[in-house]
Structure formats: C-alpha cells, structure tokens
Ligand binder design. Structure first.
Ligand code: 15L
Length: 267
C-alpha cells in the first residue's frame, strides 16, 4: 500500500512520518520543501497547486493524507491559492487517477466561533470559521463532501485540535491531539468508508469535543493532556471556561485583534 502525504515537511507531517511507517507500506512524502526519504519512504518535491505535478504524484497511490497548506491565518489571496485551490487540485488529481481514499486535515478553526456550553461540542457542527484560515478548512470539508457524493470517494475530515509533541498552554489541556493519537486517528480514517467529519482530539480529561464519531470509525485515543496540567497551570494559571480565549472553540484565533491585518502589520 502506498500513501501520499502532502505537506509532509510540516509540523503534523513530521510527527506522523515515523508513526505511520508499516511493513508493506510506502509513504510518499510530498512538499514544496525537498525532503530526504528514509526506509519505506519516497520523496516528491511539488506544489499542491500544480495539477500536472499532483497527478504524477498520485501514480501507484492507494490513499492520500492531505496535510499541505498554511496552518495559521494568512492574507486571503494566499489562503485562496494554497489552501482552497490546493485542496481542489489534490482532490481532482486523486479523482483523475482513481485514488479512492482521502483523509483531509481540517481544523477546530472551521468551527472556531462555536461557544462552549455545558455539553460537549458535537460532531458535524455547522461551520463557524474564526479566520480566513478557518474558511479554508470549511471549504476543504465541503470539497471532500462533494468528491464523496459525486464520485464515491471515501473522505474523512479531521477537525484537529492542537497536534504538538505536548500541550503548550492551558487551552491545549482540552484541545491536545497527541502525535500517537493523531496516527491512530489517521489509521482509522484511512480504513473508513463513506464521508466523515471527526474531531481530532486525545482522551483529555478536560476535553469538551465529542469523540463519538471518531470512535464510530474505530479511533480509540489513548493519551490525556492532564499529565501536563500541574506544570502548565503553575505557569499560566487555571483556565476559566467562561472567559476568552477558553469560551470559544477557536481560542485566541477568535480574539478581536486576531485578524490578518494585525498579523501582517504586527499591530
Ligand atoms: C490549528 O489549526 C493550527 O494549525 C495550529 O497551529 C494550532 O494553532 C491549532 O489549530 C490550535 O487550535 O491549537
């Protein structure tokens, strides 16, 4: 089996590479940044917005894990070209070459303005993006839905929380997706038929996003950010779920000054 991983040089791709290695599996790593292939890997230097290069990269591929694109807020033109058009090009190349399984890295920022209530945030929350970046994740999910319904592709969209080696702040005590759980989620998604939107989150004690749909496709998280709680709370204080940035799914991305104008001017 051969899996094409786009954005393989990025944060999540780097964490997943060793964790997705399997006997009898080839990981084809694709990025605009040149990568060195290790055992069981192939490296392709290409741009996800280049249709010809993406079709060539699909040769002999059974499944695509699409991680490529900007991972935080950017000016609209960049989001449009890299994240939105890039996802279209990836899906279209997969369709043209007969690839049946696609896993799309969405984000909690597709639903960032959803407020925290008493209950867990359910699966399949209606889009409520907190940034242009979040809009691109909504679009990614919509394109995945289209390619499933129109062409019968199996597509799973992962609304990833915070996928880092370990949680970096108190919000991540709730939103952390450990690298090992991320690999478990990707494995379950690669095997899932149909179309799904699942939260990408670990079994955190402070989690407030549903694991129901994830479990329904066979994802069983094993990690819990709580082991980092004492240290993080000593550093940052106890998070108040009623206060910003903890009162909304997207955290700081929902802040009044977290828009691209402020990000690019630094103001
Ligand atoms: C994301 O979608 C970003 O890619 C990542 O950098 C984190 O900020 C994460 O969301 C998060 O919400 O913690």
């Amino acid at each position: 089996m051969r899996i094409l991983m786009t954005g393989a040089a990025g944060g999540v791709g780097t964490l997943l590479r060793p964790r997705l290695a399997r006997e009898g599996r080839v990981l084809r790593l694709l990025d605009v940044v040149p990568l060195e292939a290790g055992p069981g890997e192939e490296a392709v230097t290409a741009d996800i917005t280049d249709p010809e290069a993406m079709e060539a990269a699909m040769d002999g591929v059974d499944a695509v894990l699409h991680l490529g694109g900007h991972s935080v807020e950017q000016p609209w033109a960049d989001i449009l070209q890299i994240n939105i058009n890039g996802t279209y090009v990836v899906l279209e190349a997969a369709r043209r070459t007969g690839v049946r399984h696609v896993v799309l890295a969405s984000s909690n920022h597709a639903v960032g303005f959803f407020p925290r209530g008493e209950d867990e945030a359910p699966d399949y929350l209606f889009p409520r993006p907190d940034t242009f970046y979040g809009v691109s994740k909504v679009t990614k999910e919509a394109l995945g839905s289209l390619y499933h319904d129109r062409y019968g592709m199996h597509v799973t969209c992962l609304r990833i929380g915070s996928c880092f080696e370990r949680p970096r702040d108190v919000r991540m005590l709730s939103t952390w997706l450990s690298p090992d759980d991320c690999a478990r989620l990707v494995e379950a998604s690669l095997a899932a038929g149909g179309f799904h939107v699942v939260w990408g989150v670990s079994a955190n004690t402070r989690r407030w996003w549903s694991l129901e749909e994830g479990r329904a496709i066979g994802y069983e998280p094993k990690d819990d950010a709580e082991m980092y709680a004492d240290k993080l709370i000593a550093e940052y204080g106890e998070p108040d779920p009623r206060e910003s940035p903890h009162s909304l799914v997207g955290g700081a991305f929902c802040g009044p000054r977290y828009d691209v104008e402020n990000l690019t001017t630094g103001g």
